[in-house]
Design a binder for this molecule. Structure first.
Ligand code: SF4
Ligand code: SF4
Length: 409
């Protein structure tokens, strides 16, 4: 695709990066077949190719409309189109640039700006989110059913082992997960402990930056990343004697953000090298387990068939579509058949709050696809998907690492 950059973008790094990405697109339209929002609306402007044209138009004219913003907002950033595209178009990076440039052109109504600001501040702040969640959980029994289902019940996390092994890895505690599903990281610590690895939390590391980045608050997102790098650095500095082997993420959405630290801070001379080191060390928990002997974890109680939901961030961004089923197979679990594996569940960070209609339809489709083989339990790999699926599923929804943690919760 040929692009003539408008003079506003000719010399900007964003304009040049977007032009490079766009040049790979050959307009074939293969990506339409795997785009959840296009399948939902059948509107070309809600497809990857349609959004690519909208971004091209913005780069060539220097102007964006309300309609451009609406169709970019409706994108889940699931990146299903990226794994389908035969030309290797890096759509995820392109839509982030497109959103940023659109935000500079189109002023949102005051109530919308206030709501997005509030969402960013509430979700990315561990303490604040934890306090609000606890309050919601306290009043949960008094709420009407539709609201009750939106608030996850309080989860107990059990004891975690002391750090005792010479093999050490850091764990990203994250923002939502540490309050809503604290047993996930606790289970990861117990499981890795049995495999001879100590998984260590670093207090000052918090939100990975994805909430701010995906709500077009780019600078705030970069600040989240810098804070995490500063917190981790004493334990990942290659010159330190007790250097951690990896930075482990148990939420694949956060893991896919860590994978981008190097690129996103490449222009910051104070952080570029350290950000790149974080990206090199970042691993989803499934990548760790894939490399380990799982015998110490067997046997498990027979819990019935497990339907695996592989989050978009794990399959399309981190390119690990088969990791969780393979690990659960090796660990002796019986897996249920599922369909439409490549399609998003509608969670997508704050998408379920900002686009509730599309999100609810995608959730219904996903639950239908996960339930075709009558599983006993659904296992996911990302806190957002886990909460989204649990809000409407009739069977338990867990993080898959909890299945490897005995006794089963
Ligand atoms: S599949 Fe790739 S090359 Fe084809 S239209 Fe979509 S993004 Fe462009
Ligand atoms: S990221 Fe997902 S929703 Fe957005 S265009 Fe690509 S496939 Fe469609």
């Amino acid at each position: 695709m040929h692009v003539e950059l408008h003079q506003n973008y000719r010399e900007s790094p964003e304009g040049k990066a977007a032009k490079d990405i766009l040049s790979a697109c050959v307009h074939c339209g293969f990506c339409l077949a795997t785009c959840p929002t296009y399948l939902d609306s059948q509107d070309e402007r809600d497809s990857p190719r349609g959004r690519i044209y909208l971004i091209k138009q913005l780069l060539e004219t220097g102007a964006a409309s309300q309609s451009t913003q609406t169709h970019l907002d409706r994108c889940l950033t699931c990146r299903s189109c990226e794994t389908t595209c035969p030309s290797g178009v890096q759509y995820g990076a392109l839509v982030d640039i497109g959103r940023r440039l659109t935000e500079q052109q189109v002023t949102r109504p005051n109530y919308e700006r206030a709501f997005r600001w509030l969402l960013r501040k509430l979700i990315s702040n561990q303490q604040l989110f934890g306090f609000l969640l606890k309050t919601g959980q306290f009043f949960r029994p008094l709420l009407p059913p539709f609201l009750r289902r939106a608030i996850p019940p309080k989860q107990t996390q059990g004891a975690t082992p002391a750090a005792q092994h010479s093999r050490t890895m850091l764990v990203l505690e994250g923002c939502v997960q540490s309050s809503a599903t604290p047993n996930t990281n606790a289970a990861a610590k117990r499981v890795l402990d049995k495999l001879g690895i100590s998984l260590v939390s670093v207090k000052k590391a918090a939100c990975c930056g994805a909430v701010n980045i995906h709500l077009s608050a780019h600078e705030d997102g970069l600040d989240d990343m810098r804070r995490n790098i500063d917190a981790w650095w004493p334990l990942i500095d290659p010159d330190t004697t007790a250097c951690a082997e990896a930075i482990v993420s148990t939420a694949s959405g956060c893991g896919s953000m860590l994978a981008d630290y190097g690129d996103l801070l490449a222009h910051d001379p104070a952080y570029a090298a350290r950000a790149s080191r974080v990206t090199d060390l970042a691993k989803d928990i499934s990548e760790i387990l894939m490399q380990e002997n799982l015998e110490p974890l067997r046997p498990h109680s027979d819990i019935g068939r497990v339907a695996v939901h592989t989050p978009c961030s794990l399959q399309h961004a981190l390119n690990l579509p088969g990791a969780v089923p393979e690990i659960l197979n090796r660990a002796g679990f019986e897996l249920a058949d599922t369909t439409e594996k490549h399609l998003c569940c509608g969670s997508a960070g704050t998408y379920s709050i900002l686009q509730p209609g599309i999100s609810a339809r995608l959730l219904d489709n996903k639950l239908q696809a996960l339930n075709i083989d009558q599983p006993a339990v659904i296992a996911s790999a990302n806190v957002g998907c886990q909460l989204q699926l649990a809000s409407k599923a009739d069977i338990p929804v867990l993080h898959w690492i909890e299945l490897l943690d005995e006794p089963a919760p």
